[in-house]
Ligand binder design. Structure first.
Ligand SMILES: C[S@@+](CC[C@H](N)C(=O)[O-])C[C@H]1O[C@@H](n2cnc3c(N)ncnc32)[C@H](O)[C@@H]1O
Length: 229
């Protein structure tokens, strides 16, 4: 089925020649589930030295929160979940969604933490009931979703979250597309905190901050916002 033969009727929903609605795969997701995504996995493997700074970063963001379950959307091989597991000393149930098959295989075959459940799927249709996970978060994932698709992904994140939504992404005062690894169409920066608050008035921002690369070599100057639902 060629996308060019479809008529667009809404966020990623298109109508084919027979009049049936079909969900189109976003071009960004196509890249992430292919060789481009596999190369990210090769560049970003586990290393012992990452545990200390990674756990400290999440201590600043999540330290003291009363949570029993966490879902990372776009977890890749699960490094952030490892940090959270270390921070909460194994007491939090960990869930993950990851569309890239290579990353997903590494995630579910690792033995450093116990994953409650993981799904090889994307943010656009999370396979979880409403308000089922205490904290749902992304780190460096919303920046790879085009503006037209962002409402759908964040809508799913807010739907599944019971207590908190955490967003760790690159900031820009105004929405802007920038090259990523020499390619356009793959990286979009904006004020994601304002995006969440404007779109989901039920959210309350309880904290926000910045992971400065000078301090945290493993993070690439990321802004974060923690929302209570
Ligand atoms: C830059 S990596 C960040 C990985 C991980 N969150 C971290 O901080 O190490 C982006 C991840 O988002 C995933 N991804 C891309 N598009 C996605 C989408 N639409 N839904 C869910 N995950 C997506 C990619 O496969 C990749 O694992």
């Amino acid at each position: 089925m060629k996308t060019s033969s479809l008529c667009v009727v809404g966020d990623m929903v298109q109508r084919d020649e027979s009049g049936n609605n079909r969900v189109a795969i976003a071009p960004q997701l196509e890249a992430w589930t292919g060789q481009f995504g596999d190369e990210y996995v090769n560049r970003n493997d586990y290393a012992d030295w990452k545990m200390e700074p990674g756990t400290e970063a999440f201590r600043r963001i999540l330290g003291g929160l009363d949570i029993e379950s966490v879902l990372e959307v776009g977890s890749n091989i699960g490094l952030n979940l490892l940090f959270i597991n270390a921070l909460f000393k194994g007491s939090v149930k960990l869930y993950a969604v990851e569309p890239n098959p290579k990353a997903f295989d590494k995630l579910v075959s690792q033995t450093r933490m116990k994953l409650e459940k993981a799904w090889n799927c994307d943010a656009f249709q999370l396979p979880l009931p409403d308000s089922s996970i205490d904290l749902v978060f992304t780190a460096g994932v919303l920046i790879h979703i085009a503006s037209d698709d962002l409402g759908r992904a964040t809508g799913e994140i807010v739907r599944v979250a019971r207590k908190y939504v955490l967003c760790i992404e690159y900031f820009s005062h105004t929405p802007v597309e920038v090259p990523y690894r020499g390619q356009m169409g793959l990286l979009f920066k904006r004020d994601f905190g304002a995006f969440y608050l404007d779109r989901f008035p039920l959210l309350k921002c309880v904290n926000y901050g910045f992971l400065w690369q000078r301090e945290f070599r493993i993070f690439d100057n990321l802004n974060w916002w923690l929302f209570e639902k």
